[in-house]
Design a protein around this ligand. Structure first.
Ligand code: ACO
Length: 351
C-alpha cells in the first residue's frame, strides 16, 4: 500500500535545429532513402551542433517541463537524468543540469540503462513520491547519440538522432501510476554497446580507442530486433497485469522509437490497433532515452492523448534492458522548446 499518489504535471521537450536527412546519409555511406525508409521508417534525425552537449538539450527540456507544471527549479526535490551520452563519464548529467537550472543541494543522479532510461526514471520517480520520500521529481531523457555514432558504418549511422524530453512527477491525490515492469539481461553486452571509455577499454590506453573505433555504438542489429519485439510485448503484458488491466484497456502506447518495423510488430503481437500507437520516428530517428518523452510530448501537444487516458510507455535498449509503465494521463500541459544554435557556435562548421 502506498502512502501517496503520483502524477505527471508537466512535460517539456526539444530537439536541436540541425537535421540529417536520408539524402544526406546517401552522401556519407552506401545507402539509399528507399532502404532506410523501408527498413526503419526514418526520414530525418535532428543532430546537435559540433560543440553542443547533452546538457544543451536537457536544460531547455527541463525548463519547458517546469514551465508546463508552473513550477520553479527550487520547487523540485530531486533530479534524475536518463542518458547514455552524459556530458562527462562523471559527474552525472543531472548535477550539471541542476547547476544550470540555478539550484544547489538538490539531489541529482543519472540512470544509465540506454534506451530504457526514461521508463526506469519514471518508475523510480513515481516510487520515490508514492513512498513519501519526495514531493516533486524532475526526470529527463536526453541524448546526443550523434557524438557516439560511426558515420562510416551504414548499419548504425542511419538510426540515431539527438533530443531531450522531460517530465515533472508530483505528489497527487489521484495516483496515476498503475503498474510497471522492468528487466535486464546482461549476458552478452556486445549485442548492443559502446565499448570504449569504461574500465575495459579506457580512454587512456594509447590509441586503442581510435584505432579500433571503440568510441562508437556497436550493434548486432538482427539480434536486437528479435529481442525488442518479443520483450516489448511481454513487458507490456506484465505491466498491464500488475495494473489489473488488459490490452483492451489501453488508450495509447508510446513505444521507444527504434525502428518502425519493431513498433509495428510489437503492436501486432499485442493486438493493439495502430491508431493507438504514437509514432514520430520519421522526424527524429532513434533518440534513445529521449524518444519516449519526445513522442509523449508531441502526442499531448497535438491533443491525441487526453486526460483520463490509459497510456503505456514501453522501451527496450542496451543492457539488454526493457521496461513498461502503465500511466493514467492526468491532463498535464506540454511545452516544446524551440532551440537555436547558440550564436557563439554558429560560426563553426556543420556536423
Ligand atoms: N543501407 C543499405 N543497406 C544496408 C544498410 C543501409 N543503411 N544497413 C545494412 N544494410 C545491408 C546489410 O549489409 C545487408 O546486406 P547483405 O544482405 O548484402 O548482407 C542487408 O542490408 C540486410 O541487413 P540486415 O541487418 O539483415 O537488415 P535488417 O532488416 O535487420 O535491418 C536494422 C537492419 C535496421 C539495423 C534492424 O536490424 C534494426 O532496426 N535492428 C534493431 C536496431 C535497434 O533498435 N537498436 C537499438 C539501439 S538503441 C541504443 O542503444 C542507442
Amino acid at each position: 500500500m502506498n502512502a501517496y499518489g503520483a502524477a505527471i504535471t508537466g512535460v517539456g521537450f526539444c530537439a536541436p535545429p540541425g537535421v540529417l536527412t536520408n539524402e544526406d546519409l546517401e552522401k556519407l555511406v552506401d545507402t539509399s532513402d528507399e532502404w532506410i525508409t523501408q527498413r526503419t521508417g526514418m526520414k530525418r534525425r535532428h543532430i546537435i551542433w559540433p560543440e553542443g552537449t547533452t546538457s544543451d538539450l536537457a536544460v531547455p527540456a527541463a525548463k519547458s517541463a517546469l514551465q508546463a507544471a508552473g513550477l520553479a527549479a527550487k520547487d523540485i526535490d530531486c533530479i534524475i537524468c536518463a542518458t547514455a551520452t552524459p556530458d562527462y563519464p562523471f559527474p552525472a548529467l543531472a548535477c550539471i543540469v541542476a547547476a544550470q537550472l540555478g539550484v544547489q543541494g538538490t539531489p541529482a543522479f543519472d540512470i544509465s540503462i540506454a534506451c530504457s532510461g526514461f521508463v526506469y526514471a519514471l518508475t523510480t520517480a513515481a516510487s520515490l513520491i508514492r513512498s513519501g520520500v519526495f514531493r516533486s521529481v524532475l526526470i529527463i531523457g536526453a541524448e546526443t547519440l550523434s557524438k557516439i555514432t560511426d558515420y562510416t558504418d551504414r548499419a548504425t549511422c542511419v538510426l540515431f538522432g539527438d533530443g531531450a524530453g522531460a517530465a515533472i512527477v508530483e505528489r497527487a491525490d489521484e495516483d496515476c501510476f498503475l503498474g510497471a515492469d522492468l528487466g535486464a539481461d546482461g549476458s552478452d553486452p556486445s549485442v548492443l554497446y559502446l565499448p570504449g571509455g569504461g574500465s575495459k577499454f579506457p580512454y587512456n590506453k594509447n590509441g586503442e580507442l581510435a584505432d579500433k573505433r571503440l568510441g562508437y555504438i556497436k550493434m548486432q542489429g538482427q539480434s536486437v530486433f528479435k529481442f525488442a519485439v518479443n520483450q516489448m510485448a511481454a513487458s507490456t503484458r506484465n505491466a498491464l497485469a500488475r495494473a489489473g488491466l488488459t490490452t483492451a484497456d489501453i488508450d495509447f502506447v508510446v513505444p521507444h522509437q527504434a525502428n518502425l518495423r519493431i513498433v509495428d510488430a510489437t503492436i501486432k503481437m499485442l493486438g493493439v490497433p495502430q491508431a493507438k500507437c504514437i509514432v514520430n520516428i520519421a522526424e527524429y530517428g532513434n533518440t534513445s532515452a529521449a524518444s519516449i518523452p519526445i513522442a509523449l510530448g508531441e502526442a499531448v501537444e497535438s491533443g491525441l492523448i487526453k486526460k483520463g487516458n490509459v497510456v503505456v510507455l514501453v522501451a527496450f535498449g542496451g543492457g539488454l534492458s526493457w521496461g513498461s509503465v502503465v500511466w493514467r494521463w492526468s491532463g498535464a500541459p506540454v511545452v516544446r522548446a524551440h532551440l537555436q544554435r547558440p550564436a557563439a557556435a554558429a560560426g563553426a562548421g556543420a556536423h
